[in-house]
Design a protein around this ligand. Structure first.
Ligand code: ADQ
Length: 466
């Protein structure tokens, strides 16, 4: 087998596992490439005034990292535009926030073509190409136009929306047609994979065989669910290093005998932070005995600040936090501690371990790695309880969590109360099952399953024959 070439919008070479980098995608890919002498291709994160197509190639930690720069206009139209103002909200069920402008889709097409121009000459005959996420859906189509015949797989880290929702996107058929230039289409969950199949049969008049080969536009792509896992070993090691232990002890000392409920998220409207604060408020209203006995620590790192919707959600969260703290705080108790900085991974592990409740309540989420990190960081003798949204992809696997509807304030409030009161034996039993599953389905298992499916897929062979 040839090399594995991974393509993603941003490239973050495998390095210091304890770095403060935010983003589940980056963490998972660094782990996946560590053992492969693979190539990682993507945007450098830098902009230049005029596109040159110049490729920068470096060898970092056993991986060849190849990057290109983008123009400011690319960044506006492709990244902040089509990817994060059009697709991200729509795929997270926020049609109301999804903005469509023709310049966005032009920019999206242009950048995908530029990626293909730079990438195609690097591809050798036996290589497999693995493309990641919603930024790069048309990349295989652009590579095929440049004569690339290799196997190309696509993995979507975010949810695939319901058929009628996707149909609201102008030119949605073109977007999906481009996907049929991949050999393998991987989704996080069964829910997303079957929503895609539903679109193929319902919207395109295509068909899907029992072994999940989707046919449309005269082409075939294999469909599958490949739930992303955590790099459990690295995370556990980080959870036991000096920084993690010191952070745990510092947090523990500051609890003052109070139980900590914890949220950790990128500051994003899909994460359900406002609804979460209101559910916590509901718990304080319904259960006066909790007051001064618990607090909510919400760590929310700002992201995509150039996009208006992200500034709006930030302002709303500041206001809700202020209101709840104003209503309930006493001289020595603040109900919500709201922190906007990024943490190192080991620091974060220490914080997770000190929390009685991990409150992970996105309104919609491809997987959600925070839920998995929370479980992996717990003390096996005295683990905390995970409260998890039914709309996080992780809920398909993590059935021993307390599963809640994040839109139902009372239900989330009651789950918090139940978690706080849960007997140790039940906490241990639930945690042990969750942890065993995390190990079984870690990031290596995810990578191996995807790469194996891509290597064994026969759709590409049909392409060569046809
Ligand atoms: P994200 O939306 O970024 O990822 P998630 O899976 O929760 O969501 O990953 C977040 C990562 O960032 C975690 O590793 C977490 O530890 C880290 N992080 C969050 N806040 C942090 C902070 N304040 N400081 C430091 N680190 C922080 C997308 C999809 C998800 C999918 C992943 C991977 O939206 O659904 O699970 O990709 O496929």
């Amino acid at each position: 087998m040839g090399r594995l070439i991974v393509v993603s919008n941003r490239v973050q070479p495998p390095g210091d596992a304890s770095s403060g980098a935010v983003g589940g995608l980056a963490m998972a890919l660094a782990a996946a490439l560590r053992e492969h002498s693979g190539v990682w291709f993507g945007w450098s994160g830098q902009t230049i005034e005029e596109h040159t197509g110049q490729l920068s190639v470096q060898r970092i930690g056993g991986v060849t990292v190849a990057t290109i720069d983008l123009e400011p206009q690319d960044l506006d139209e492709y990244y902040n535009g089509y990817a994060n103002k059009t697709l991200w909200p729509l795929f997270h069920y926020r049609v109301d926030l999804s903005v469509y402008e023709r310049s966005f889709s032009e920019g999206y097409g242009r950048v995908n073509a530029r990626f293909a121009d730079a990438l195609a000459p690097l591809i050798q005959p036996d290589d497999m190409v693995w493309v990641h996420d919603y930024h790069l859906m048309p990349l295989a189509q652009e590579l095929r136009r440049r004569g690339v015949k290799n196997r190309i797989g696509f993995f979507l880290h975010i949810p695939w929306p319901a058929r009628r929702l996707l149909a609201t996107l102008p030119n949605h058929r073109d977007l999906v047609e481009a996907l049929f230039d991949y050999d393998l289409l991987g989704f996080q969950t069964e829910d997303s994979a079957s929503a895609f199949e539903d679109y193929v049969t319902g919207e395109l008049d295509g068909s899907v065989t029992p072994d999940r080969r989707a046919h449309a536009f005269g082409r075939t792509a294999q469909v599958g669910a490949f739930p992303i896992g955590l790099d459990v070993e690295t995370f556990e090691a980080a959870a036991h290093d000096e920084v993690a232990v010191a952070e745990y002890e510092r947090m523990h000392a500051s609890l003052n005998g109070r139980a900590m409920i914890l949220g950790v998220d990128r500051l994003d409207y899909s994460k359900g932070l406002e609804e979460r604060f209101l559910a916590y408020e509901q718990a304080l209203l319904d259960h006066e005995e909790l007051r001064e006995k618990v607090f909510l620590l919400q760590i929310a790192t700002p992201s995509r600040e150039e996009v208006d919707a992200y500034q709006d959600i930030r302002a709303r969260l500041d206001a809700v936090t202020g209101r709840i703290n104003g209503a309930f705080a006493t001289v020595d108790w603040v109900p919500i501690r709201y922190v906007n900085r990024a943490y190192r991974r080991d620091e974060l592990a220490g914080v997770y371990r000190a929390a009685k409740i991990g409150l992970v309540t996105p309104l919609r989420d491809g997987m959600n790695l925070v839920a998995k990190e929370y479980v992996a960081a717990q003390d096996p003798e005295d683990p905390g309880v995970l409260v998890l949204s039914q709309f996080a992809g992780a809920s398909e696997q993590m059935t021993q969590a307390l599963i809640v509807n994040p839109f139902n304030r009372e239900e989330v409030a009651e789950a918090i109360v139940r978690g706080l009161a849960m007997p140790k034996s039940e906490r241990i039993a639930r945690w042990a099952e969750l942890m065993a599953d995390l190990r079984r389905t870690d990031v290596t298992a995810w990578r191996d399953a995807f790469v194996k499916a891509l290597a064994s897929d026969t759709a590409g062979t049909e392409r060569l024959a046809g």
